[in-house]
Design a protein around this ligand. Structure first.
Ligand SMILES: [Zn+2]
Length: 299
């Protein structure tokens, strides 16, 4: 029999990126559709259609990366972000429907798994990843295993009493270091039509105000990284997501300095904070790797 392939689905609020992926993380084929976000039935039908696109006798498992809180142990979807999915047992549903092993994980955890196995974190046993996009997510690898709790790293408090987060809390990493934070900083400096991309462009051409605004965001990121390092002692901290990738060292340099200030020795010297390597495919590759873990019986 040919080497097995897995169908991975990177599920977002606006699109579903699905594909056929081999065990080495190579994407053999991929397809993107809009997420119909109107009802649970619509979303589940779109997910089924995305699987059926690739279903053939080479497919050995299915893996999903979902922007959601998952129940620990069962991976039942408790509540999704920007998708009408609540209290859905997608694992059982897909197993019944397709007769294959199924893995479901939080999208940030999926990206961490991908960067650990196939990206910037290859070869380490302990890794923390933060994805800076519209929101902030992340995942944790501890002692060579993906941590399968909530891992809502974007909702750790960085500034007590700070600005209100989308979740209702205050001063969370997400409200201080997401792409939206970049948009807000850009509007404050350049008016209502400015956005994070423009801010990054201006910083790259040497605009001191833009660089300072990104540095402030980087310092919030670094404070969070320092706290995570003090809890988990990772060998590497990987920063990804669309905003993180676009801003690159404009965020990472101030983040490193802030993280070293907060981290306890010897991590203050040895800490590595690096850019993600897999880019926009991290979610798809990671979702497929969750499928391979289900195939291999890893939980
Ligand atoms: Zn929050």
């Amino acid at each position: 029999m040919a080497a097995p392939l897995v169908i991975g689905l990177d599920v977002g609020g606006t699109k579903i990126l699905s594909g056929l992926v081999d065990r080495d993380g190579n994407v053999v084929a991929e397809h993107e559709v809009h997420s119909p976000g109107q009802s649970e039935g619509d979303v589940l039908a779109a997910l089924d259609a995305a699987v059926e696109d690739f279903l053939d006798d080479r497919v050995a498992a299915i893996g999903y990366g979902i922007p959601a809180n998952l129940e620990r142990g069962t991976a039942r979807i408790l509540r999704a972000t920007n998708l009408p999915l609540e209290n859905v047992d997608l694992v059982s549903r897909s197993k019944d429907r397709f007769g294959l092993p199924v893995g479901v994980e939080n999208d940030g955890s999926v990206a961490a798994l991908a960067e650990w196995k196939r990206g910037a974190g290859r070869g380490v046993s302990n890794l923390v990843m933060l994805t800076l996009g519209t929101g902030v997510g992340g995942g944790i690898v501890l002692d060579g295993r993906l941590f399968r709790g909530w891992a809502e790293l974007g909702h750790m408090v960085v500034q007590e009493g700070g600005p209100v987060c989308a979740c209702g809390g205050r001063g969370h990493l997400e409200v201080l270091a997401s792409g939206h934070a970049g948009d807000r900083a850009a509007r404050d400096l350049y008016g209502p039509d400015a956005d994070a991309h423009g801010l990054i462009d201006k910083a790259r051409t040497g605009d001191a105000r833009a660089r300072a605004a990104l540095a402030r965001i980087g310092e919030s990121l670094g404070a969070a990284v320092g706290s995570l390092v003090n809890v988990f002692d990772p060998e590497i901290v990987v920063i990804g997501g669309g905003f993180g990738a676009a801003a690159g060292e404009l965020l990472l340099e101030p983040a490193r300095a802030a993280a070293r200030r907060e981290a306890m020795p010897p991590a203050d010297e040895t800490l590595r904070v690096v850019a993600a390597e897999l880019g926009a495919e991290a979610g798809l590759v990671g979702a497929a790797l969750v499928g391979f873990e289900a195939l291999d019986g890893v939980r």
